[in-house]
Design a binder for this molecule. Structure first.
Ligand SMILES: [Zn+2]
Ligand SMILES: [Zn+2]
Length: 93
């Protein structure tokens, strides 16, 4: 991992969970859509998730993805929201 990748991961982890709003620190989840077989996803394609929305057997993105369905969200859209939260204000969006 490069310095800029690890810096970005730290910024993502400092955000609240992007699905339920649980307070930071969050896990940085590598979105699955962008994953190439046999390769870990890009470290910039990460979203903040709490333990339950991330690894939870029922709610989690690695489980049955109930939270994702409840919020009518996709991982790609959450990635967009994460980028907006981190950088949107700085660039005046
Ligand atoms: Zn959550
Ligand atoms: Zn994950």
């Amino acid at each position: 991992m490069t310095k800029s990748e690890s810096d970005h991961i730290e910024r993502v982890k400092s955000l609240p969970c992007c699905l339920c709003g649980s307070s930071a620190p969050s896990d940085a989840h590598h979105i699955l859509e962008g994953r190439i077989k046999g390769r870990r996803g890009n470290h910039f394609c990460t979203i903040p998730l709490c333990k339950d929305c991330h690894q939870g057997e029922r709610n989690g993105i690695h489980g049955r993805q109930i939270m994702l369905k409840l919020k009518k969200q996709t991982e790609l859209n959450l990635l967009g929201e994460t980028i907006e939260r981190l950088y949107g204000r700085r660039y005046g969006c």
